[in-house]
Design a protein around this ligand. Structure first.
Ligand code: GLU
Length: 296
């Protein structure tokens, strides 16, 4: 399959400048390495995802000059692929049903010997009778990965070698039937031939987990490019509280070309190319490792 990079937004709101900058960096990483660039809409969260947000996100990307190959793909149309992957893991005895509520997990996880933030193993070794009992009591189960490894190391273009714990028995499908992000992202990246994952470095800590899951599914591990986030003037991750932070806040609903040009110029400057207003003239050679602060 052809080498491919991607941007995979969740259509849960308008992009802020940080999202747009990350999209531009993903596009540049792919285009400057001769890759295809695809867009995947990560709309598995049916409550928060809205078609109108998707339409606005795509319009914003096009307005700053990004293009993509092929049709836009939506995760909500790909449940069969996630089902197949889950079946493969089940056939390898790598899953288990967990009947615990979030609260029960939290309580068990705060016991004296528990590792903070880790799944406390409550349902990992239930007997068939115990499972039946819970089912009879009307409890719905999530499906978790019975993780056979404790730690995984990935290579990231900016962070270098990065290791993380992967022994938290990640959820693959929630008790309400919703597919988990980690499973969907791993399955889709492989199915779409994605061999380069560029995204915000808030997801760096998820990469070992995703790479370990890819390995268990016999799928290739992509190259990771986790890029620094944009911070608001207060030093925290850029968000609505920082005022005018979306393209439409700045350029209006009509996406006034002069104001859009300012935003393109800001993205270019933030990666070391002051005075450039066309993203196709950029590359990632001067990308600073530090987060960038947005000052309106
Ligand atoms: N859909 C995720 C988000 O919008 C990004 C997932 C990814 O790039 O792996 O935060």
């Amino acid at each position: 399959m052809t080498m491919t990079g991607r941007f995979a937004p969740s259509p849960t709101g308008d992009f802020h400048l940080g999202n747009l900058r990350t999209a531009a960096l993903a596009w540049l990483a792919a285009r400057t390495s001769g890759r295809r660039f695809i867009l995947r809409i990560e709309d598995i969260d049916r409550q928060r995802s809205k078609p109108e947000f998707e339409a606005r996100q795509l319009a914003d990307l096009a307005a700053i000059g990004l293009d993509w190959d092929g049709e836009v793909v939506r995760q909500s149309e790909r449940y069969g692929l996630y089902e197949d992957a889950l079946r493969r893991l089940q056939a390898d005895n790598l899953t288990f049903e967990c009947f615990c509520s979030r609260r029960e997990i939290q309580e068990a996880a705060s016991a004296p010997h528990a590792i903070p933030g880790h799944y406390p193993g409550t349902c990992r070794n239930l007997t068939p009778d115990q499972r039946e009992e819970r089912r009879k009591a009307g409890r719905k189960a999530s499906i978790r990965l019975k993780t056979p490894v404790t730690n995984w190391t990935v290579t990231d273009r900016y962070a270098g070698s990065y290791s993380g714990d992967v022994d938290d028995d990640m959820v693959l499908r929630r008790a309400d039937g919703m597919w988990a992000y980690n499973l969907a992202v791993v399955v889709d990246d492989a199915a779409q031939g994605v061999d380069q994952v560029t995204r915000g470095d808030d997801l760096l800590s998820s990469a070992p987990r995703q790479a370990a899951l890819a390995h268990l599914l016999g799928l290739p591990e992509p190259e990771y490019v986790h890029v620094p986030l944009v911070l608001g003037p207060g030093g925290k991750r850029l968000a609505k509280r920082d005022g005018a932070v979306t393209l439409r806040d700045i350029a209006g609903e009509e996406l006034d070309p002069a104001r859009v040009r300012d935003v393109i110029g800001w993205i270019a400057e933030s990666i070391g190319f002051a005075g450039v207003y066309d993203l196709s003239e950029l590359n990632l050679s001067r990308l600073p490792k530090e987060p960038v602060v947005w000052r309106p």
